[in-house]
Design a protein around this ligand. Structure first.
Ligand code: PBG
Length: 326
């Protein structure tokens, strides 16, 4: 035989030398669920190992993560029902605990990267990402609300604004609002190809943010579609996004791959709550090796083309990385 591919696999040393893809803690963004007040952490049933945390516990979690090389965080607010209304007005209110908290976090961890969430659902009495009138999600009435939210978040100190709402034209609209207020250095990571997925279930439990009626199919993408993701990517790029995101990750590796081909922007992928929950459940039953399967999942997302991965595995991967690399 002239060709023996196995020679390149014969030892750990050779295998490492020819390894094409790596996952580093610096590639990961760790999602955290923030609560108001001093109530102690509330574990989320469907996301084992993840809790809604008050600000003190959040700071401890961030400090521990930074020690493991995880330096980037996306923060989601768990908002009390009584503060929710049709217009999500608490999202940009000066009394908003989320906006106050980021000021503290930024002061405490000036070198960490903090990303926000822009969408109405955590604050909306309708549980939709946009403004609802007669059962319809109105795109153009939503845009000014998203822009106010984004400006308030930039003012509070977020490094990256993360519109997760899937309204048309929102990246350009938010970009202009930020620039008008002098926040031209605040970045936008657009949830570009966000699919109407069944894998968001545990997240909606975490924030109690499930839609009160209907579903999200008039704004989130149809899981059957690939070319439409290219259309969304080209628009977000034109509108001034700094990063494009695909969400979820594992069922959409082909979408990650194609966006990497058609865009020169960094590509992020959101390894969502349901993807995390599946592996946790299998591992708890002894059906899968947690660390090995986690590493393989993250590797596959990177191999597909993601530069950045938002993942609930972040801290556990930080620990594993330390163990593997001393
Ligand atoms: C909503 C939002 C969702 C997630 C992030 N932002 C859920 C949804 O669209 O209903 C899901 C993240 C996850 O499942 O981990 N703006």
């Amino acid at each position: 035989m002239d060709q023996r591919p196995r020679r390149n696999r014969k030892s750990e040393g050779i295998r490492k030398m020819v390894e094409e893809t790596i996952v580093l803690p610096s590639h990961l963004i760790y999602p955290l669920f923030l609560m108001d007040g001093k109530t102690k952490s509330q574990p989320i049933q469907s996301l084992p190992g993840i809790s809604r945390m008050n600000l003190d516990d959040t700071m401890k979690e961030i400090e521990a993560s930074i020690k493991l090389g995880i330096n980037s965080f996306v923060i989601f607010p768990a908002v009390a029902d009584k503060l929710k209304d049709k217009k999500a007005s608490y999202s940009y209110s000066s009394s908003n605990f989320y906006l106050k908290a980021i000021q503290v976090l930024k002061k405490q961890f000036p070198n960490a990267v903090f990303m926000s969430d822009v969408a109405m659902d955590p604050y909306s009495s309708d549980g939709h990402d946009g403004y609802v009138e007669k059962g319809e999600i109105l795109n153009d009435k939503t845009l000014p609300i998203l822009a106010k939210m984004a400006v308030a978040q930039a003012e509070a100190g977020f490094d990256i604004i993360g519109p997760s709402d899937m309204m048309d034209g929102r990246v350009g609209y938010i970009r202009k609002a930020l620039d008008d207020k002098g926040f031209e250095n605040v970045s936008i990571m657009s949830y570009t190809a966000k699919y109407a997925s069944a894998y968001y279930g545990p997240f909606r439990e975490a924030l109690d943010s499930a839609p009160k009626s209907g579903d999200k199919k008039t704004y989130q993408m149809n899981p059957a579609n690939k070319r439409e993701a290219i259309r969304e990517a080209l628009l977000d790029e034109q509108e001034g996004a700094d990063f494009l995101m695909v969400k979820p990750a594992l069922c959409y590796l082909d979408i990650i791959h194609i966006l990497k081909e058609v865009s020169v922007l960094p590509i992020a992928a959101y390894n969502v709550s349901g993807e995390y929950a599946m592996l946790k459940a299998a591992a708890a039953n002894g059906w899968l090796n947690y660390e090995a399967a986690m590493h393989e999942q993250l590797l596959s997302i990177r191999r597909a083309g993601a530069d950045i991965i938002l993942t609930y595995f972040a801290k556990d991967f930080g620990k594993l990385y330390k163990k593997m690399n001393g």
